[in-house]
Design a protein around this ligand. Structure first.
Ligand SMILES: [Fe+2]
Length: 176
């Protein structure tokens, strides 16, 4: 939560961009895969909501681009990476940094997801999640480039970019 007081509102909201882009795709996929009507409807509504969040981050960036400094642009790059690290735990796979988890986490997580998938909740497969994140990286990378903000390296997805130091508690902004 420390990150909320560390960064200005422009930097914070721009930092959410990739998480919102990935969430949009993940929930759209979940709505498509869900076999339970109520879940299909809930995920569809969540996807609409995530699309609004994504659009809002664009609005904030468009508005802020002219006045944010190079230093702040570097913060955005770092925050985009922190956003990936924070969200990939549940929307992709356990990242190697930040989260302190028991050794059995990944195995249990996968089993729980499989049960939820079998129950018709429309949980995307690992391949679908990976595709969602790749699409988010492409979308966000194009948008950021327009405003002179560099993408961070995301070796988990085979994406090269600006190397940023490991995300600590003070960097990670809980967002969804
Ligand atoms: Fe969101």
């Amino acid at each position: 939560m420390k990150a909320y007081s560390k960064y200005g509102i422009d930097v914070l909201f721009t930092s959410f961009m990739m998480g919102e882009a990935a969430a949009t795709t993940v929930f759209t996929g979940a709505a498509k895969n869900a076999k339970v009507d109520q879940f299909r409807e809930a995920f569809k509504n969540t996807a609409v909501d995530e699309t609004r969040h994504y659009a809002f981050t664009h609005l904030v960036l468009t508005d802020a681009a002219a006045r944010i400094s190079d230093e702040e642009k570097r913060m955005v790059t770092k925050q985009i990476r922190a956003g990936f690290v924070f969200l990939s735990l549940i929307t992709y796979k356990k990242p190697s940094e930040f989260w302190k988890l028991p050794p059995w986490f990944q195995e249990v997580h996968e089993q729980m997801e499989e049960l939820a998938r079998e129950a018709g909740l429309g949980i995307p497969t690992l391949e679908e999640k990976e595709k969602a994140w790749r699409d988010a990286v492409i979308k966000v990378g194009v948008a950021l480039k327009r405003y002179g903000v560099r993408m961070p390296a995301i070796p988990e997805l085979g994406v090269t970019g600006e190397e940023v130091e490991e995300s600590g508690e003070e960097d990670v902004v809980p967002v969804f």
